[in-house]
Design a protein around this ligand. Sequence first.
Ligand SMILES: C[S@@+](CC[C@H](N)C(=O)[O-])C[C@H]1O[C@@H](n2cnc3c(N)ncnc32)[C@H](O)[C@@H]1O
Length: 330
Amino acid sequence: MEEKAEEICQAAMAGDLSTITSFIEAGYDVSYFDADGLTPLMHAAKHGHTEVVRKLLEAGAPWNALSPSSLSAGDFAMDNGHQDAFDLLLNTGVQAELILGTIARKEKDNGCSNECYLDDRVSFSEDKLMDTDSKAVMMAWEKPLMEAHAKAICSGGGHVLNIGFGMGLVDTAIQQYSPVSHTIIEAHPEVYDRMLRNGWGEKENVKILFGRWQDVLPQLDSYDGIFFDTYGEYYEDMREFHQHLPKLLKPGGIYSFFNGLCGDNAFFHVVYCNLVSLELENLGYTTQLIPLPVRHCLAEDVWKGVRQKYWQLDTYYLPVCQYTDDSDSV
Ligand SMILES: C[S@@+](CC[C@H](N)C(=O)[O-])C[C@H]1O[C@@H](n2cnc3c(N)ncnc32)[C@H](O)[C@@H]1O
């Protein structure tokens, strides 16, 4: 088996399509990892052999396998400037996730994704909010990002909705724009208590809804700006929230969300940025992704004591979503 792994990887590296084809026909496993922990797909992507990439994908090579340094075939194509191979892998990733999502929704058990988190304690410190698992719910390094999100969703003034209070960074920034009304949904009892202790319940234009967004939906209105940033939920939960946007977002309103999707892998992040933009487009929204450099926000010791580095990329893509009335452009 080891021998076969080396042979198929070498053919992929050389871009030898006919040898790869004969190996596949002979029943070689296309998901072999060679001695360096790389798959044939990674080798082909790294060298920009697009047709070999295509052949391997058709034969079932996993697009999302990771090397020992946590790079996928798409990362290799991207880092080496092989646009065609990159596009092919990106398209494959998006299609695969679309299908997986459809399957997951069919099998959905209707349970709550973050029940454990919501029932458990949290701890606050100056620079972070942590769960009992030493995972960070929210961290102060995100402050400039939260300020940028607030600016985006408050640009039209009016009525604003924020889902997930956390450390209150985005809400503090929203207050600077003096919105007519500022509704905040928060589901964790301790975060909610802290909001009240810090005077959020007494602010004139603030309305706090304690509960999961899923449960307080009937109490919501429609808004000029909406921001979504929960914790412990899945992509599918946010996707479900998006299905309510047509009711929640006023015409001309702006929607944004914390874009931490697969924030620990550059290629998977691109796949998810594309996936979410596509799914929002199907609902009638355009998504602009505004690049914000974040390397300077992440000092060496930021992750000290935190179990999962949920963000490891140099650029943050801030989503600005708006409804597009296609009938105007006909
Ligand atoms: C990442 S923090 C939000 C950080 C916030 N944007 C800030 O600027 O500090 C996520 C928050 O969402 C809350 N949350 C988690 N699931 C929720 C849900 N289903 N509905 C409402 N709030 C939820 C968490 O308790 C937590 O306070």
